[in-house]
Ligand binder design. Structure first.
Ligand code: SF4
Ligand code: FES
Length: 354
């Protein structure tokens, strides 16, 4: 099949992070500091990515500000002609650091927040973080950069949804992503505590709809649905190995950020294989491209070009087979697994990210 070049690179510079969010989608086993790629490794990854066609670089983590070489990496990516986005908790973002990053070509900041009020947000972050995020947002606006606010939604903050939208307005965010929790990595172990109730999701719908209408032209709002509650799966990654690649802190190259969970996948590393070879020829990137890998009911389904059979990571995590139809799908023989999960009583305790 014809494979197009990737548009975006998610550069996970480090797994180290000052926060302890229970919905973290990074793997349960994190990369240690001494196993992270070096500065020269990352410079090479960025050059190779640009050569491959990448135009957008998302510098992420963990917390990318914990890498002292971040300014050098931003300058390199920007010098190559890439649009550079910093995905950050905001902790550690000072005026002088932001000034330097902007000088070196940083184009956009995506800030995370945990909830609308300080008390709830700090509880969910496992750290005194909320006020520092407000300060970080103010800095980003003062430097004239576009600001996206990302808030992961779940049972413990859905009731603050209207307040979260107000928070984004107060921050002057240009974009607000309200993303119901996706159950990968650490988040999976908290699934029964984080799963929103049908009543919460029903209450959210008109609030989001009204905010989208009211703020049109001022702030773009993106609402990521709680897919377990939907009849059809999300078009995950817009298809496997189709638009974006992820380089993990240790150099492993992933077709999707959560793909290290698929233990049947043989993953390649930039430490020993050129990025272009991994994108075009590796078994991991080719495993679920196109439609050849699909079995029934996806193979002949009229929705397969809309959702690509759903999410491969979710299929693996729920059924043990990454080529199975995403069990979220009401046409999947595995839908009973999802319904069973939804029927469980809620769990009170959250296990904070360690
Ligand atoms: Fe999508 Fe497959 Fe379900 Fe059809 S059967 S809606 S292609 S997941
Ligand atoms: Fe990996 Fe959906 S999260 S394919």
């Amino acid at each position: 099949m014809d494979v197009s070049p990737p548009l975006g690179l998610l550069a996970e510079l480090t797994h180290r992070c000052p926060l302890h969010c229970p919905y973290c989608s990074n793997p349960v086993e994190l990369t240690a500091r001494d196993a992270e790629l070096s500065t020269s490794d990352w410079l090479s990854v960025l050059s190779q990515a640009r050569e491959l066609g990448v135009l957008q670089v998302h510098m992420s983590g963990g917390e990318p500000l914990l890498r002292p070489d971040l300014p050098e990496l931003v300058a390199h990516a920007s010098g190559l002609g890439c649009y550079v986005n910093l995905v950050t908790s905001g902790l550690g973002l000072t005026a002088s650091r932001l000034d330097d990053l902007v000088e070196r070509g940083l184009a956009h900041v995506q800030l995370s927040a945990q909830s609308a009020t300080r008390e709830r947000a700090d509880l969910l972050a496992g750290a005194k973080a909320h006020d520092r995020k407000l300060a970080a947002a103010a800095l980003v606006k003062a430097f004239g950069l576009p600001l996206s606010l990302n808030v992961v939604l779940h049972r413990r903050n859905h009731d603050q949804l209207a307040g979260i939208i107000e928070l984004a307005e107060r921050m002057g965010a240009d974009r607000l992503e309200l993303a119901n929790t996706q159950y990968y990595g650490w988040a999976l172990r908290n699934r029964d505590a984080l799963m929103p109730t049908p009543a919460q999701l029903a209450a959210a719908e008109p609030v989001v709809r009204a905010a989208i209408a009211r703020l049109r032209g001022t702030m773009e709002i993106v609402y990521v649905v709680a897919d377990y509650h939907e009849p059809y799966p999300k078009p995950c990654m817009y298809g496997w190995g189709a638009r974006q690649l992820t380089v993990a802190p240790d150099g492993t190259v992933l077709p999707c950020p959560a793909a290290s969970a698929i233990s049947t996948l043989s993953l390649s590393s930039v430490r020993d294989t050129p990025l272009a070879e991994i994108w075009y020829d590796s078994s991991s990137f080719n495993a679920y491209r196109g439609e050849e890998w699909m079995s029934e009911p996806c193979r002949t389904c009229d929705r397969r070009e809309l959702d690509f059979g759903g999410c491969r990571c979710q299929a693996f995590l729920l059924t043990g087979d990454a080529a199975a139809t995403d069990p979220v799908c009401s046409r999947s023989p595995g839908r009973g697994l999802v319904d069973l999960i939804l029927s469980r009583p809620p769990v009170a305790d959250l296990v904070m990210r360690r």
